[in-house]
Design a protein around this ligand. Structure first.
Ligand SMILES: C[S@@+](CC[C@H](N)C(=O)[O-])C[C@H]1O[C@@H](n2cnc3c(N)ncnc32)[C@H](O)[C@@H]1O
Length: 284
């Protein structure tokens, strides 16, 4: 049985060009991500973990299961296996400096009568991005003696495993390396278990929810600040176009959007003006 399961490249599971092409189509349809030709090995290794777990011997079997009624629950694990979740606290730190110096002063002054502030971390992965936002926001409020506001950070991702991690607020001890010392009061180190635990105060500010950006969005907004960084890189232009126009619909004029270091809105949306490095303001 073991021998029969090997494909011609000597790997554990049979994986043909047509399997690769089917998997790519399913990913494009369900996640919006276009997988390039050279990602064949990456797809093999990520999906083979699912195949092993389910006890199949080939990609063909797995694909048939995924498409069947019985396999509808597998779609969640399939998507979780495909997504790239790389993130860290204070990733692209210049955004958080800009947020502290520019966007928060603007939003707190603009919303002074409603005393309401909403920030969205779209594609939040394991939560380090929304926890960073929460640390910067809370420090800003303390420094400026701002109290009694209705504040929420919405953190969404397609990957349910990542959302669970975010909800737990527990990370590896080594992850604190990227948190500047002035924020050290926002977590507790548990050296014995090699963990850090984010403070309850931050956890109470963040609402983790599953959302597939290529499907319908239930929220009406408005949001004062949106982060969508390193999420849409592999989406096609039409999809990116649609998503950024929806962000523009949810942001009041002059409010802020932060995108990833390798991304830009050139030919994607004309509704934003570049304010600084990968930092935009909504114009119309
Ligand atoms: C590389 S991480 C970026 C995390 C964080 N924004 C950062 O910059 O550190 C990309 C995240 O986008 C999520 N993602 C990919 N496709 C998505 C989709 N269609 N809808 C929602 N989230 C998606 C992945 O699950 C992953 O957690």
């Amino acid at each position: 049985m073991e021998q029969e399961a090997k494909d011609i490249t000597g790997r554990e599971f049979v994986f043909t060009e047509s399997d690769f092409s089917e998997i790519r189509n399913i990913i494009l349809e369900k996640v919006g991500i276009s997988i390039s030709d050279h990602k064949k090995n990456m797809i093999y290794s990520r999906i083979s973990r699912r195949i092993r777990k389910l006890g199949f011997v080939s990609f063909k079997e797995y694909i048939a299961y995924l498409k069947s009624e019985k396999g509808s629950e597998e779609v969640v694990d399939f998507i979780n296996a495909i997504t790239t979740n790389l993130t860290k606290f204070f990733r692209e730190e210049h955004h958080f400096e800009h947020m502290y110096d520019e966007s928060l002063p603007y939003c707190f002054s603009k919303n002074a009568s409603s005393k309401r502030l909403r920030i969205w971390s779209a594609g939040c992965s394991s939560g380090m991005e929304p926890y960073t936002i929460a640390m910067v926001l809370d420090r800003f409020m303390n420094q400026n003696k701002i109290f009694g506001w209705d504040i929420k950070i919405l953190a969404t991702d397609i990957d349910t495993n990542m959302l669970d991690k975010g909800k737990s607020g527990i990370y590896k001890l080594g992850d604190k390396e990227s948190i500047p010392p002035k924020y050290s009061s926002y977590y507790r180190s548990d050296e014995k278990n090699d963990e850090i635990h984010m403070s309850e105060k931050l956890k109470n500010l963040i609402f983790f929810k599953q959302l597939n950006l290529i499907e319908e969005w239930p929220m009406k907004g408005p949001f004062d600040i949106i982060f969508c960084r390193n999420v849409v890189i592999y989406f096609n232009k039409d999809t990116r176009n649609r998503i950024f126009n929806k962000y523009a619909d949810l942001l009041p004029e002059s409010n802020f959007l932060y995108i990833g270091h390798s991304e830009n809105l050139y030919e994607v949306s004309h509704r934003f003006k570049l304010e600084g490095r990968t930092t935009y303001r909504k114009i119309k």
